[in-house]
Ligand binder design. Structure first.
Ligand SMILES: Nc1nc2c(c(=O)[nH]1)N[C@H]1C(S)=C(S)[C@@H](COP(=O)(O)OP(=O)(O)OC[C@H]3O[C@@H](n4cnc5c(=O)[nH]c(N)nc54)[C@H](O)[C@@H]3O)O[C@H]1N2
Ligand SMILES: Nc1nc2c(c(=O)[nH]1)N[C@H]1C(S)=C(S)[C@@H](COP(=O)(O)OP(=O)(O)OC[C@H]3O[C@@H](n4cnc5c(=O)[nH]c(N)nc54)[C@H](O)[C@@H]3O)O[C@H]1N2
Ligand code: SF4
Ligand SMILES: [Mo]
Length: 591
């Protein structure tokens, strides 16, 4: 039996045991209820790995595919586009290859980049809030995070707490909340700003805390006053009673805000996080046990990364693939996961494409060369979490002679190119492990901190919290852009917000995918009816799933659904160079 850890793109980082080809949840995992999540248990176990390398659609040996890859990677302009299919740190070793052969990397994010940028602007550094601190809270406010689906091991920490859920979708946690605000998409920033203003109008701000850690709060109050009350309330779609109700929860001394990706997939995503942080700061809900704002954190904080290289970078959101002779896609499925799929496809068609991945997908189908990658059970690695400070050793639990680990791929390429400088695999693994802290037999990141920001903000804890003093909601500009495009493409009017979220049976575009669109019955469509969603970015066909809990101004499609990113814009957030999947409306037509 081999003890290892799950490397899927999930915050939980479960310990698992592998016996032959049987995977089970490790009994030592602290939040385990003894069962494996259905993603790993069912979907991962069922998924068919790519078994054979291909060149121009013809199956070849791994050696032949590597030789052809060497030829393509010898071309002058080469790009490495890496996704997040496997979260082990060794995934990044391909940076060393690109550094040697002179390539380009990507910058920005399809995931949490906007929120992260907003947090850094306010707090100076994005530190993780440990689960233990969430456990000690009395009130938990969840903004746009579907915890029971996307971070199920956080669920026990919500038990016994007053729960407020702010989400346009009635998620499972929303159904059990003490207060559920079914907010209009993209309006959290106005709610957070209004709440901070009301807290200060009532004189309920934590003056002692603010004087010490955020002395410019009076200026922030002036900033919040520049927003009128009635118009934002109408915009959010709630009335003053709801604000009153929410303010009572915020009066509790122990409040944790748990913020998901949902609130920040917008051009103003960074500012949303800044406004939520500012609300928590105004209430004094920071740097104390049972308080804080939890978002996706930087798991590499405090580590020296041996794979950090200095290379030119292009946007990960609107990547100009056509500018390169060859693109290596590793660990991702950009054709389906990036916004504006039709642009992505067009752009990729103009270059040579090497796909290095575990499964067949839209990107492997377009590739000139396909190299099967080993999955996380078939290689050694180190796994960090973007939700807590745990560090896990990933032990190879299965052999595979039909696929390559990232290290093996790099090793083969270094050899063919006649390069030196790649050290042993164990050297890099130890490089990460040697930086961890060992506490009671478990490994933790060097920045493990039971009560982040208790000394103050900034890298050293000696800085003040920086409030936002302006923000530029360029949605209107996006509208203008749309209008211009619309005239060009003579597309029809868009009406409904397109909300895209994670599904229980898929991990982004891995595993079980579907064609469903969830919509309120009032539109008059029938269950399972085929409909077309369209806008100026493109169109896709979906199957109706009626849901009376939906808002009537929105439709919901899983981010794993086929064709969903035909409909999303490749605009880039104001801060953080992140994708704005939520900045979009669609028109729906029955077929
Ligand atoms: N089963 C499963 N688990 C996963 C993943 C998966 O694909 N499947 N993916 C993993 C990854 S990569 C990530 S980044 C995390 C993401 O985890 P989450 O942040 O939980 O994921 P999302 O599904 O993107 O969005 C969460 C919620 O935001 C809401 N939302 C959308 N727009 C708004 C808005 O304007 N305001 C508010 N308040 N809410 C809004 C949605 O309705 C949804 O309920 O999950 C990880 N875990
Ligand atoms: N509309 C919309 N689109 C979204 C989102 C959204 O909310 N809405 N969410 C975004 C988010 S949060 C994220 S994180 C991105 C994710 O987007 P991507 O990073 O592109 O991830 P996946 O689509 O899951 O692709 C994962 C692929 O990685 C490969 N893979 C798995 N393990 C390994 C490995 O060990 N080695 C190698 N070489 N390959 C491996 C598999 O073949 C798999 O097909 O999608 C984004 N796309
Ligand atoms: S996908 Fe997440 S919940 Fe499931 S085993 Fe992996 S880390 Fe745990
Ligand atoms: Mo993500």
């Amino acid at each position: 039996m081999i003890n290892t850890a799950c490397c899927l793109d999930c915050p939980d980082v479960c310990d698992i045991e592998v016996n032959g080809d049987k995977i089970s949840h490790s009994s030592t995992h602290p939040t385990s209820n003894g069962t494996l999540c259905s993603l790993l248990n069912r979907e991962f176990s069922k998924a068919q790995q790519i078994k054979k390398a291909r060149v121009d659609g013809v199956e070849v040996s791994l050696d032949e595919a590597l030789l052809e890859s060497f030829k393509l990677l010898s071309l002058p302009k080469k790009l490495l586009w890496r996704g997040s299919g496997n979260m082990g740190v060794m995934s990044e070793i391909t940076n060393l290859l690109f550094s040697k052969i002179g390539g380009t990397l990507t910058k920005g994010s399809l995931c949490d980049g906007a929120g992260d940028a907003g947090i850094i602007a306010g707090r100076g550094v994005n530190r993780l809030l440990p689960y233990e601190s969430i456990e000690k809270a009395e009130v938990v406010v969840v903004w746009g995070k579907n915890i029971s689906v996307t971070a199920s091991h956080l669920m026990p920490y919500l038990e016994g707490k007053k729960l407020v859920v702010i989400d346009p979708i009635k998620t499972k946690i929303a159904s059990n909340a003490d207060l559920f605000i079914q907010i209009k998409p993209r309006s959290d920033i106005y709610l957070a700003i209004l709440l901070a203003r009301f807290v200060m109008i009532a004189g309920d701000e934590d003056k002692e805390f603010l004087k010490k850690f955020a002395p410019s709060y009076e200026e922030y109050y002036e900033f919040t006053r520049t927003f009128r009350i009635k118009a934002p309330l109408e915009h959010i779609g709630i009335d003053l009673d709801v604000i009153g109700h929410l303010l009572v929860f915020l009066q509790n001394p122990k409040v944790v805000h748990i913020v998901g990706n949902g609130v920040q997939k917008y051009s103003i995503g960074a500012e949303v996080l800044r406004a939520i942080d500012a609300l928590a700061v105004v209430c004094g809900h920071f740097g104390k046990v049972g308080c804080g704002v939890s978002f996706m954190g930087n798991s590499r904080l405090g580590f020296i990364n041996p794979f950090e290289v200095k290379l030119p970078k292009v946007s990960k959101v609107a990547t100009p693939f056509e500018k390169f002779d060859v693109v290596l896609v590793q660990n991702g499925n950009p054709v389906a996961s990036m916004p504006n799929s039709s642009r992505v496809k067009e752009s990729l068609q103009k270059t040579k494409l090497i796909y290095f991945g575990v499964y067949e997908n839209e990107t492997s189908q377009m590739a000139d060369i396909v190299i099967p990658a080993s999955n996380f059970l078939q290689k050694n690695d180190v796994r960090l979490s973007y939700a807590n400070h745990d560090v896990k050793i990933v032990h190879k639990a299965m052999e595979s002679d039909s696929s390559l680990s990232e290290y093996e791929f790099c090793h083969a390429m270094f050899k063919t190119f006649g390069l030196d400088g790649l050290l042993d695999e164990q050297y890099y693994i130890d490089f990460w492990l040697n930086q961890t802290q060992k506490i009671e037999g478990k490994l933790y990141s060097p920045t493990k901190n039971d009560c982040p920001y208790s000394d103050g903000f900034g890298e050293e804890g000696d800085e003040d919290f920086e409030f936002m003093d302006d923000f530029d909601d360029d949605f209107l500009d996006i509208k203008a852009l749309r209008k211009a495009r619309k005239q060009l493409k003579s597309s029809s009017d868009e009406e409904l917000w397109l909300i895209t979220v994670k599904s229980k049976h898929s991990l982004n575009t891995q595993f079980k995918r579907d064609h469903r669109v969830f919509i309120h019955p009032s539109f008059g469509f029938n269950e399972s009816q085929k409909v077309k969603l369209s806008n100026e970015w493109g169109e896709a066909i979906f199957e109706v799933s009626l849901d009376s809990t939906m808002r009537e101004d929105s439709v919901l499609v899983y981010n794993s659904a086929f064709g969903v990113n035909n409909l999303t814009p490749d605009s880039i957030s104001n801060e953080g160079e992140s994708a704005c999947y939520g900045d979009v409306k669609v028109k729906i037509e029955g077929l």
